[in-house]
Design a protein around this ligand. Structure first.
Ligand SMILES: C[S@@+](CC[C@H](N)C(=O)[O-])C[C@H]1O[C@@H](n2cnc3c(N)ncnc32)[C@H](O)[C@@H]1O
Length: 256
């Protein structure tokens, strides 16, 4: 039988690759590693990549295995999910992996200007009703710009046509450099071997969506430091299906 939540939480308390700063403590405890991840944790100068909403951390661990010369940090608020990736990274002695348990709304408190090179958003909640909660919305892009290198890359891998279409509008409306985009990742020709290898890492949610026969969509874009960012004014058809373990997003057919 698998471990229960309490046992996982106890493990997380003593794991050296886990940092826990939920809302309840983030204001009380200063985060002294802001600006010091290279020196104090990774002990190298290699680029740092974040996976936001990492769940069990499949991308964080999978990319760390593929790229030992880069550093990866998985961020999520759900400790029992994160436990899976953190445990695997410890078992495999991956020194280029860390996990940060916090709310992404306060992510800029943990990294200083230019400390992060890339961000992965893997199967993020589409947040159909609330644009301010969408991880590719301008409110979050503004947060990321505080610590992402100039023109740092944001990757979005998703099942959600709503989130994908919305993000496409955010990118085009703000003239952000679109580096790659496909609406059907596993039926796209012409991907080079490296891209195919990276994109073949499958997360827990991704496997569930694939089982249901849904397309997996992927895009990556650059995020310049200085351009002004504005929300696009578009109505987007909402996803027709319901998410696992979530109630129906909205009774409307479209949303902004
Ligand atoms: C749909 S799950 C996807 C998990 C994983 N990336 C995967 O593909 O299996 C979304 C994850 O994002 C996390 N999440 C959503 N909003 C968050 C927020 N504001 N702060 C921290 N974590 C958040 C949830 O806890 C959840 O684990």
């Amino acid at each position: 039988m698998g471990k229960g939540k309490l046992a996982k939480f106890a493990d997380m308390e003593r794991y050296e690759n886990v940092f826990q700063y939920p809302y309840s403590v983030v204001d009380q405890v200063p985060f002294e590693m802001k600006g010091r991840w290279h020196e104090d944790y990774f002990h190298n100068d290699n680029p740092i990549v974040l996976e936001l909403g990492c769940g069990k951390g499949e991308y964080t661990v999978g990319l760390a295995q593929l790229y030992p010369d880069m550093n990866f940090i998985g961020v999520d608020i759900k400790g029992s999910r994160m436990w899976t990736g953190a445990t695997l990274a410890l078992e495999q002695e991956l020194k280029n992996v860390a996990f940060l348990r916090t709310n992404i709304e306060v992510i800029e408190r943990f990294f200083t200007d230019g400390e992060v090179q890339e961000i992965w958003l893997t199967f993020s909640d589409p947040q159909i009703k609330k644009v301010s909660k969408r991880l590719t919305g301008t409110a979050f892009l503004e947060r990321y710009r505080k610590f992402l290198a100039d023109n740092g890359t944001v990757h979005l891998k998703t099942d959600s046509n709503f989130l994908f279409t919305y993000t496409t509008h955010v990118v085009s409306h703000n003239n952000l450099p679109l580096l790659f985009r496909t609406e059907d990742l596993y039926h796209t020709d012409g991907l080079d071997d490296e891209t195919r290898r990276i994109l073949s890492i499958r997360t827990y949610y991704e496997n569930m969506w694939i089982e249901r026969g849904l397309n997996i969509r992927y895009m990556k874009f650059g995020l310049p430091k200085t351009c002004s960012l504005e929300e696009p004014d578009v109505e987007i058809p909402v996803d027709e299906y319901r998410s696992y373990k979530r109630t129906k997003h909205t009774s409307r057919d479209t949303s902004k």
